[in-house]
Design a protein around this ligand. Sequence first.
Ligand code: ADP
Ligand code: MG
Length: 728
Amino acid sequence: MEITKLSGVGVKRAEALAAAGINTVADLLNHFPRDYDDRSNVKTIAELTPDAVNTLRGVVAYEPENASLRLIITKAVVKDHTGTLELVWFNQPYLKKYFKKGGEYIFTGKVRALSYGGADAGPRLQMQSPDYEPSGNGVELSGGRIVPIYTPPKQFSQKTFRALIHQALQLAGTGTFSGETSAFFEFIPSGIREKFSLCGREIAVRNIHFPGCMGEQFRASGTTSPGDDALFLAARRRLVFEELFFMQLTLASMKTAVAARPGLLLANTDYMPFLQSLPFAPTKAQIRVLGEIVADISGGNQMNRLIQGDVGSGKTAVAMAASYLAVKNGYQSAMMAPTDVLANQLYAGFKKIFTPLGFEPVLLTGSLSAKTRRDTLTKITDGRAPIIIGTHALIQAGVNYNNLGLCITDEQHRFGVNQRLSLTRKGNTPHTLVMTATPIPRTLGLILYGDLDISVIDELPPDRQEIKTYCVDSRYRERVHGFIRKETEQGQQVYIICPAISAAVSDGMNTGDMHEETHTQSGSKAEMQNVLNYTQELSAALPGIRIAFLHGRMKPAEKEQIMGSFKSGEIQVLVSTTVIEVGVHVENATLMVIENAERFGLSQLHQLRGRVGRSGLQSYCVMLSDIKNEQTQARMKAMAQTTDGFKLAELDLEQRGSGDFFGTRQHGLPAFTIANLYRDMEILKEAQEAVLKLHEFSLTSEESDAIRRRTEEVSANIFQMREIGVSL
Ligand code: ADP
Ligand code: MG
């Protein structure tokens, strides 16, 4: 149903809603709250708790006043049967007219005890900048209940958006708002709902927006409190199940569709000339995976394969071998990496191997000069570039390939499913290879890589020594300096990781929300080391050692230059943020120092540590942290005990407090509207079971149609995949 049918939604608001993907009343109701604020405990003035947020119902005693100081202060006095209270707002002069003397309102805001209260009267209380709403005329949405908090579209306040949802809920299911396009339409068949104890969609949608407050008819019998947990949980469970169910159905359908799709036949599968040009003999695992790739690309169907292999297991060589076969068969190969630094490094590696073989790779990143970019694009389009290495630049509009036969994404966990698909869409059913070092449990793998076949490189090159790992606190910093001196004197190189760029800035590329999360969850209060100050201090402490820094806010050319100097050995110690986390390869680096180790999750620590130990040399990792809480200690211990990425990933998952494992940054998980894999693992398993056993539910044709339609919708919305041909 069209959104403009709602009162208060004109052309402008409809546009703002559309920009947030809300075109219909059903879309609006599928925009779930991101959080809730329990304001169901309404107090009297006498009961108010100072220095806390309180909800209060009261009558405005006098006409409010505006006072103009440096800002305009609106004051209102509110009374109830227990007393009076002063309320203030800043720079909202229109409120003076909004509140009517004698009118009853509900307020929620912080109550402060003002120090200059009369000596005998105790401290005078004042409520500051409260949220407000007329009371006593039926519906209260912002107080006296559990209040939903949304991420409202631009131009909407919480309050207007909340009111709009409320209006839509009242209309939904009635008159023109019912039927198939209603938000209440049921696309989970009753058989599945029964089996997994899922409530109906109408109850779910109503209760997810206004838990426990949507009227008696939807309240389960025997429940009393407005914060009706059971009903809210049932609503949430149903919607989470639904989201995960359709997500997986979409991925499964994509896989079936791809498997049935004819692929380019790469008949020439002789990779010996390539292997002979490598400076090492491939491991058994590399050869096995290469065999799986060969079977795919010469079998007539499109390859869609994930290569999972721990850091340093030699995934690049396998990617090169596949590229070799693509170009040998006359097709182009494109490989996408998540950072400039990594793309440059891959490019250099490919050039070394492929130039002598007669194939000249090109590099495409966002930081090329206009002329180089133009030339490169021409070569890509006219086919003179057989091998293309780059960043996200590879999937931008305006990049047209001549005959793309193979797409590779490196460090797939740093990309979304969509970005991977975007690269594939640049060709005509090209073969696809994605690589990741992040081992993930099977259940999650189905969500991330449900449409892919999986190969595992479960063996490191033979000459590798275990990285010795130590966990210390800052009392050992002197000794760490000594260690740095010793390694550099022996001609080795050192990485130092700090979580922030400067005292004021964390590294937007890699810290951001995820670290905030880790930070609060570990309750750490330790000062954050930052790259700029650290470099200065270390240079002072270790004169004569060549130290430089690197972070995500530097210009790509600068980064490249620094990485180049580090690779050549000119720089001995590199102080960096986690920009060097993925893929970076400098064999001569043998010591990794991680400052504020408490701020990183296990998977990330493992990635960081993987920057050393990339040759036959003994390497070391020193993690510094002054945080002694249990979780941090457990992480440190795990890191010291094992270098097995799979084990660490499992531990990471067990330590559910970390919040890191499911950071979408680390894994490229699709953005869910309500599901939270960290919390909803059990529901995920049930949804998986439902998808796998769908045929056992003997669906009617209406039920299958509904599922099919919804799956098409999900795949169009989330993956921009149309007509994937959902097979049930
Ligand atoms: P990752 O799997 O983390 O991407 P890389 O592909 O960067 O690992 O490989 C790490 C290092 O190991 C590189 O220097 C690479 O040349 C080397 N390497 C790869 N395979 C072998 C092998 N079979 N024997 C010896 N060294 C190898
Ligand atoms: Mg790699």
